[in-house]
Design a protein. Structure first.
Ligand code: G3P
Ligand code: MG
Length: 235
């Protein structure tokens, strides 16, 4: 990986199209993102791409995602007439044009995601085109046990006393840190541990500049168009 800051489309391009839909993923691709981040749940043996544990905010359905059937969830409108996509549909659309950061949001996702990555490898994807992340570090431990070669991203929001130590423990590729608590000391600690630092969710030009000054390696944004412009202007 070069020193260039990576443009990571958050939930596809959540600021430009309904989040976590194929339309949103396509918008991110339109701006040449390096990576696309999506959130996944495991429902009836299928991996579905949706962020919240409830349906009301992003769909015309209601109730808890985990209490619904795959068929019901697929019948919903996730915005602009888009279905809640399967993770496989996202891979098919991306078709190796960007890396995919799969955030394990729901329970029991690790095995299914590892299996999907194994299948994708048979179709020409590389391990390095995937990053599996989670706030649930036990799920990442599970991924590591299943296949230590799948790159892991340790999600943090607040600032731990021992900085990026959890990511070292999981021999992660990256630590994915919330913008609200990130500091120079945190970035330096992560870099000393040979970890990449990706920061979420950054949407304003002044914050792109602030994060770049901290030395982050990648930025999650709902507006990959804005980040593309910023990165081009700072070349
Ligand atoms: O992976 C970065 C970011 O997506 C983590 O928070 O709540 O947007 O999934 P959230
Ligand atoms: Mg996420």
């Amino acid at each position: 990986m070069s020193n260039k800051i990576l443009n990571i489309g958050h939930r596809g391009a959540a600021g430009l199209a309904p989040e976590n839909t194929l339309k949103s993923v396509q918008r991110a691709l339109d701006y040449g993102v390096d990576w696309i981040e999506v959130d996944v749940y495991h429902i009836d043996g299928e991996l579905l791409v949706i962020h919240d544990d409830r349906l009301e905010r992003t769909t015309n359905g209601s109730g808890y995602v985990l209490e619904k059937s795959f068929t019901y969830l697929r019948s919903l409108d996730a915005g602009d007439g888009e279905q809640i996509p399967t993770l496989q549909e996202v891979l098919t659309l991306v078709d190796r044009r960007a890396g995919i950061n799969i955030e394990l949001k729901g329970p029991d996702t690790a095995e299914a995601v590892a299996a999907l990555i194994h299948d994708a490898r048979r179709e020409g994807w590389q391990n390095s085109q995937f990053l599996v992340s989670s706030f649930n570090h036990h799920s990442l431990q599970h991924i590591k046990e299943i296949d230590p070669d799948i790159p892991r991203g340790v999600l943090l929001y607040a600032l731990p006393l021992d900085y990026a130590a959890a990511a070292s423990e999981l021999t992660a590729f990256s630590v994915n840190m919330g913008m609200s608590f990130i500091t120079k000391a945190f970035v330096e600690d992560a870099h000393k541990r040979q970890l990449k630092v990706f920061v979420y969710t950054v949407n304003e030009a002044e914050d792109f500049a602030r994060m770049a000054a901290l030395g982050v390696d990648g930025i999650f944004t709902d507006y990959p168009d804005r980040l593309q412009k910023f990165l081009r202007n700072s070349e």
